[in-house]
Ligand binder design. Sequence first.
Ligand code: PLP
Length: 482
Amino acid sequence: MAPLSHGTGDERPPSTVDVNPLHGVANPAAGMTDDPPRNRLPKGPLAPSTAYQLVHDELMLDGNARLNLATFVTTWMEPEAGILMGECRDKNLIDKDEYPRTAELERRCVAMLADLWHAPDPTAAVGCSTTGSSEACMLAGMALKRRWARRNPDRYPGARPNLVMGVNVQVCWDKFCTYWEVEARQVPMEGDRFHLDPQSAVELCDENTIGVVGILGSTFDGSYEPIADLCTALDALQERTGLEVPVHVDGASGAMIAPFLDEDLVWDFQLPRVASINTSGHKYGLIYPGVGWALWRDQEALPEELIFRVNYLGGDMPTFALNFSRPGAQVAAQYYMFLRLGRAGYRAVQQATRNVARSLAERVEALGDFRLLTRGDQLPVFAFTTAPDVRRFDVFDVSRRLREGGWLVPAYTFPAHREDLAVCRVVCRNGFTSDLAALLLEDFERLLPELREQPCPMVSDRAAATAFHHCEEWPQESHENR
Ligand SMILES: *Cc1c(COP(=O)(O)O)cnc(C)c1O
């Protein structure tokens, strides 16, 4: 099968991997005479050092993760965490009978999160680690669907279940709805409202609604959705109509920010309507990629029949997961981080990140060319677009020019009904220091005078896709009018 995403297929790379003679012909000990093929298994083995060098060199041109302001995912951990993960790299999380201590660390992490998220009875809360928030959301969505089916034995199968959410959801919710045959009912954006509003959500609910997803930390702009107001609106709906619609909170980022920085915000299991919560351990949980968490407020919220019991690894182990085998290292690292930082440590780290986000957002606004959509005061993330009087360049130009300095700042258009709006988004993470933020700002200051002199935007979304420049469409304005 061809890779899913690359190229048009026209430009064929050479069929072999190019080998430096120092590793190949000029190194008799390596015993390698032919360049290894690119797309077939080589005929025979290579020396480990040669193979290592080839893979190492191939990866050299990957980006510098510290300058990547597009991703939410952790790119740096302490060396001790790396050592611990190395020690656990052979541990398969599913082998709970062989690795009972790893299983115990997973259980403790779930218990800590249940407490952090105010489960009414943390010992009654149930949960598990996952590969990331995507898998956690699939599991939570399955639980919602199954609970709805149980409540409505007369309608299912037959009726089509639906899930209500903002159009700003992360793609995992579109996946869930497609893979599990649930209708996705999405509340569009409207004017300057870039996420779900409780009233529109309630209007989309009916007797086939399995739940409403509220996002703590919208992917598009970092804003928190109003979870408490959403629950109040659904309470009123239930009073009026008897419809009982649970809420799942997608806290991929925010569930590890709000508990430390927004303690007065009520969004979690304190709200009786919140049935389940997920987070990405590998985002603001501060762990390298490969771990998420899904929690349900009590056993009632997670139908027992979704949990499988297997005996073929020894013991009688319950499992609720899409995968079977998974690395145990990330779970050990999550426990290490919880132990290492505690509440005060997490608060300090997240506060530092939010401070960087807020002050950078303010300084980007002060440049005068941009309008902020968010200010980094919820998730440490902000989105901005060009000010209304800026006609000579757009956010795609800004993104493209920032790449010259190695910065990855994505530009993208918003979904329905604000497809007209294009933004840049900056995701601040631990390790993106105020010093680095100052360097980014210097690059803004360096490239803006040039952008202001451009005749017109050089790349737009469409132009980038079709290599078509449409300068003519823009009125030629004098520089004063930019
Ligand atoms: C990142 C994200 C996801 C997906 O999480 P992964 O851990 O990357 O699978 C889901 N929802 C939201 C709101 C996110 O930000």
